[in-house]
Design a protein around this ligand. Structure first.
Ligand code: ZN
Length: 416
């Protein structure tokens, strides 16, 4: 084609109502006088909101640009492995309000679910549809500021202790402690017990949910304020944020006590593989995911919850959350290793230095602090905060900064 394989890309902004009003406008260097929520910046080629690539011919939606020449932009190997679309999507996300509790399907579950819902004649964008594509949606994200989230089931011993000190919750399964004692360290029996508890909560009659949560929340309110490091704090917030018609209660509030409550410091990350329940609670983060929209919700949402399908997808392992600090690589790069072939996230902190990298597939470089330039054979693109570039495969690029810069690198993960 003879066209440059290094282009500036402008993100698509998502103004979901849960977004903050300051962090992302500040990152983009724009005013937000009306206080609109800025929830996510999408750097990628998602057909619903593609980035705009600045080409010599003018601005072009990135999905269309890649579709014109998938092998040229992705490389033969990535195009063959992942199809004619960018396999990953890079986001910056700012959550002012809590997001729904959710889990993502495996590739196999997504393929079967997508085909099943097609066979049922459900339109792809129907609100009660679970599967909008055939792909899995593993995610990794690294905090930009402090970040709160729920991630995976807590150790069952912690859940047992919570049940014991919480009469409204113990009523859901009074013999949990005895059953845990019987299960011992047997992973399968522990998972079966956790599945039974969670299934029980999801199937409680709504009147019973309301009765138990009304009592629990009233008691927590009396003892407020609670620190953000306590699930009680988030339970009360969820009750305020997700009021249901007729004073009913969102049973997802129970799940806040079942999941690990995690606080990430800047630069710390978590990985969400298929089946792990999680919810983003508050803060700004850089997120990299497979190119998919497949979400099964488990509460804290006015949206569709398909209990049967959620229970089919959720993994009932318990234990503390693994926090990733990134492994040091050459030139100050930190790599967040995760078992995902679709993507790999890493970051550089550049202090007046130049590093060289060679691409073996598509890459996106995003600056979140300071300024940097990326250049190929002497032709460069200057990037300031919030700005990003797409590099095609088989390029040798130089990344440099005259001062201090934080740069995120998103690429294909390949080897799992
Ligand atoms: Zn998710």
């Amino acid at each position: 084609m003879g066209e440059p394989r290094l282009l500036r890309i402008r993100p698509a902004v998502q103004h979901y109502e849960w977004g903050g009003t300051e962090a992302l406008p500040a990152l983009l260097g724009i005013d937000n006088p009306e206080g609109r929520p800025f929830a996510e910046l999408w750097y990628g080629a998602h057909p619903r909101a593609p980035s705009i690539a600045e080409t010599p011919r003018g601005g072009a939606p990135l999905d269309a640009l890649i579709a014109e020449d998938p092998a040229g932009w992705l490389g033969e190997a990535a195009a063959a492995r992942f199809g004619p679309a960018l396999p990953f999507l890079l986001k910056v996300l700012d959550a002012r309000k809590m997001l729904s509790i959710q889990a993502h399907p495996s590739r196999e579950q997504a393929r079967k679910g997508f085909e099943r819902e097609n066979a049922m004649g459900l339109p792809v964008h129907a609100p009660h549809r679970n599967y909008r594509d055939r792909n899995h949606k593993p995610e990794i994200h690294a905090a930009l500021g402090g970040f709160w989230l729920l991630h995976g089931f807590r150790p069952l011993e912690e859940i047992a202790a919570w049940l014991e000190r919480t009469p409204e919750a113990r009523a859901v399964m009074p013999d949990f402690r005895e059953r845990l004692r019987d299960a011992g360290a047997d992973r399968q029996r522990r998972a079966a017990l956790l599945r039974a508890l969670y299934t029980h909560i999801l199937h409680l009659p709504q009147e019973r949910v309301d009765e138990l949560l009304d009592a629990l929340l009233a008691r927590l309110e009396d003892a407020a304020p609670w620190p953000p490091s306590s699930p009680e704090h988030w339970a009360l917030r969820a009750a305020r944020q997700f009021p249901m018609p007729g004073g009913r209660r969102d049973r997802g509030i129970f799940s806040i006590f079942l999941l690990n409550l995690v606080h990430l410091r800047p630069g710390q990350a978590t990985f969400q593989p298929a089946g792990v329940l999680h919810a983003y609670l508050e803060g700004t983060t850089v997120e990299l995911m497979a190119n998919s929209d497949n979400v099964l919700r488990g509460g804290l949402t006015p949206k569709h919850v398909d209990v049967a399908e959620l229970l089919h997808v959720v993994r009932f392992d318990d234990g503390p959350c693994t926090v990733l600090d990134g492994e040091p690589a050459a030139d100050g790069e930190r790599v967040y290793r995760a078992p995902a072939e679709d993507f790999e996230l890493s970051s550089f902190v550049l202090e007046r230095r130049t590093v060289t990298r060679k691409t073996d597939g598509p890459e996106i470089l995003l600056v979140t602090e300071g300024a940097a330039s990326v250049s190929v054979e002497g032709t460069g693109i200057g990037l300031t905060r919030g700005q990003a570039a797409l590099a095609g495969p088989g390029l040798r690029y130089e990344l440099s900064s005259p001062g201090r810069a934080a740069v995120w690198r998103a690429k294909v993960g390949w080897k799992v």
